[in-house]
Design a protein around this ligand. Sequence first.
Ligand code: SDX
Length: 393
Amino acid sequence: RADVFTYDPSYTSTAACDSTITFIDGDKGELLHRGYPIDQLASKSHYLEVCYLLLYGELPTAAQLDDFEHRVTHHTMLHEQMQYFFRGFRRDAHPMAIMVGVVGAMAAFYHDSTDIHDSWQREVASIRLIAKMPTIAAWAYKYSVGQPFVYPRNDLTYAENFLHMCFAVPAEEYKVNPILARAMDRIFTLHADHEQNASTSTVRLASSSGANPFACIAAGIACLWGPAHGGANQACLEMLREIGTPDRIPEFLARAKDKDDPFRLMGFGHRVYKNFDPRAKVMKESADEVLDLLGVEDKPVLKVAKELEAAALADDYFVDRKLFPNVDFYSGIILEAMGFPTSMFTPLFAVSRTVGWVSQWKEQLADPQLRIGRPRQLYLGETSRDYVDIENR
Ligand code: SDX
C-alpha cells in the first residue's frame, strides 16, 4: 500500500549515522579500526591496546598504555553484593540471560557513572564496562557449572585473567597456556567493533534517548544473543554436532540451498562482506594453531568443521553467493577446542564487543546535534476507515 505512504523530507531519521571509528568495505573484504587494518592489529597489537585505539582514536604511547591497562585492571572486580544477582538465576540459565540481567543491574549499582552529560562519568562508565565484562561472563559460566566464583587477578593480562576466572578452581593451581591466551586475546581483538552491526545500532538507538549507559549496553547484549548475529558461533557448533559425521554434510548443504527450508549454514555468509571476512582469515590461523597445540583436530565435531569448510568452498551455490566461513565459524572452533561450552560462545563475543559498543556510545553522545533515534517505516497497512460495531462485524 505504498500509495498511502507520504514521505516528509523535513523528517530526519537517524537510521544512518556518522562515525570515525570503524570502516568496512564488504566487496574488498577490508576492515579498518581508526584507519588501521584489522590483520595488522591482530598480528602486531593486543586487545587492550585496540580498546585504547577505539576509545581515543590513536594508538597509545607506552605511558598512555600503561595507565590505561592499570585503570582497566583495577576495575575488574564486581561490587561484592552483585554476587546475589547471579545466585537469583536458575543454574541452567543461559549465560547471556545472566549477562543481560547483571549488566542492566549495574545501572542500579554504579550511580557515580551514569550521568551521560558528565564527561568524567562517561569515562568511568566506559572503563568499568570494559573491565568488568570478563568477570561477569566468567562468573556466569562458573555459576552454570556449580563452581565457586574465581576473583580477577591483577598480575594477569586481560585474556589470561578471563581464562583463569573461567577454568581455575580453588583446589589446584591453574596455569594459563600462553598460546591459548594469545588465541583468546586475538578472538577479543577480532570481535571488538564492526561498524553499525545490529547490536551496535541497538546501543546507539537506546543511548539516543539519554538512557543509562549500563542499560544501553544491556540492550546491545540482548540483540547480540540472536543466532543470526552474535549467537552464530553457538548455532554453528550446534549445527556441526547435528551433522555429526562428514558423510551427512551433503544433506545439510542441500538443505541450506533449499528456499523452502529455513535452515541456514550457520557460520557462513555475512550481511556486509561479499568477499572473505578479513577477520575470518586471521581467526583461521589461530584455529589451526590451537587445534595443533591441543591435538584435537580428530575430535568428531572439529573433523566435520574442516570437511564442511572444504565442501562449501568447493560448492558453486555458496561461492557464487560469497557465502564464505565468517569470523564466527572459526571462533566457534577455537572455543570448542579450548573446552568452553557452546553457551559461553556469545558471552565471549559480548565481552569483546563491549569496547565497540562503548566507543560508539561515547562518539554519539559527543554529537551536539544528537536527536532521539526514530527509524522510518514504509506504511503498508489500511487507509483510514470507520469503526464497526460488534453486532455488524
Ligand atoms: C555476525 O553485521 C555484522 O557486522 C555482524 C558481525 C559483527 O561482527 O557484528 O559480523 C557478526 O553476525 C556475523 C554473521 C553471523 N551469522 C551467521 O553466521 C548466521 C548464518 N548467516 C546467515 O544468517 C546470513 O548469512 C546473514 C544473516 C549473516 C546475512 O544474511 P543476508 O544478508 O540475508 O545474506 P545475503 O543477503 O548475503 O544472502 C544472499 C543469498 C540469499 O540467497 P538468494 O536469495 O540469493 O538465493 O545467500 C543466502 C540467502 O538466502 N544465504 C544463505 C546463508 N546466508 C545467506 N544460505 C545458506 N546459508 C547461509 N548461511
